[in-house]
Design a protein around this ligand. Sequence first.
Ligand code: 5MM
Length: 337
Amino acid sequence: MQIEEIARLMVLKGKGILAADESTGTMEKRLKSVNVPCTEKNRLSFREALFSAPSMKSNISGVILFEETLKQTSSKGLTIPELIKKNGSIPGIKVDKGAKQLAGSQNEKITEGLDGLRERMAEYYKLGARFAKWRAVYSISSSQPSEQCIKSNAHALARYAAIVQEAQMVPIVEPELLMDGSHSIDKCYDVTSRIISECYKELKIHKINLKGTVLKPNMILPGMNCKQKSSTEEIAKKTIKCLKNNVPSEVPGVAFLSGGQSEIEATKNLNEINKINDTTFNFTFSYGRALQQSALKTWAKSMSETTKIQKVFDHRAKMNGLSTKAEWSENLEKQVA
Ligand code: 5MM
């Protein structure tokens, strides 16, 4: 399949991406929160339950995996990428090596992982991955993010995207402005605009075929500790305006990260965005926490009850699938739950 077709399928209406690419350190935190030891067996058991759920066919276009999971075999003998494909979804892989301290700056991060990436991509392709993900992280303070942080992360994202497309795979470009802090929604709008426009400047310099990419940004939200709360409508309007002004129209779709929003908030905001979408982009989800939280709690309590765990996951996947078509409502949420 050509990359433009893969990208189109990743952002298809009614479906979205499951971000299950938590590194071992992040999984350690997630499993600790539900009092389960973070062993390789447990990480596989939870993930296999999700990847075998009925909603994979109907609502999940792709799954982002951590390298460990890409190389694991499921209890039924299929490799994890084979299992995902069999269940109607596309396997993908997180290829960055994490956000590290940016030299010459205080408390800012640069995402690493470019060395040897070309060789790794060839291996990931053979293992069945058809798209990749690289996440750059930025945060707001009185003087940050700095020009240095914005430019160096955009440059790395573009170099990553070029190597991924060379390997015939779709790069998900993920610049995440963290929600931490007490900044206003307008500050988030301004900073996200600067970050995204710099990314597209670099992607252009690196001759990226934008039709074979997916953008994974944060929504435009007030900081977590901001006193001034925003309505869903304001969030949706500002998110769309920011993307309309900074993302080239060749990009087929935008798959938002949830970034610390609750499951319901993430669904509700996406639904509103699709309700007033006047762009050519397909707006969908690429959620980690907002798709997995409830399922993780259920799994921790009833590990052997796969159907019960999958029911909880299927519900979230279905609700988010509806929100990609602006068909979600609070009533539906209650009826089905
Ligand atoms: C699933 O979490 C991913 C990051 O894991 P590491 O920090 O361990 O590398 C993360 O990139 C994720 O894909 C996005 O942030 C979206 O996840 P949320 O939970 O924000 O929707």
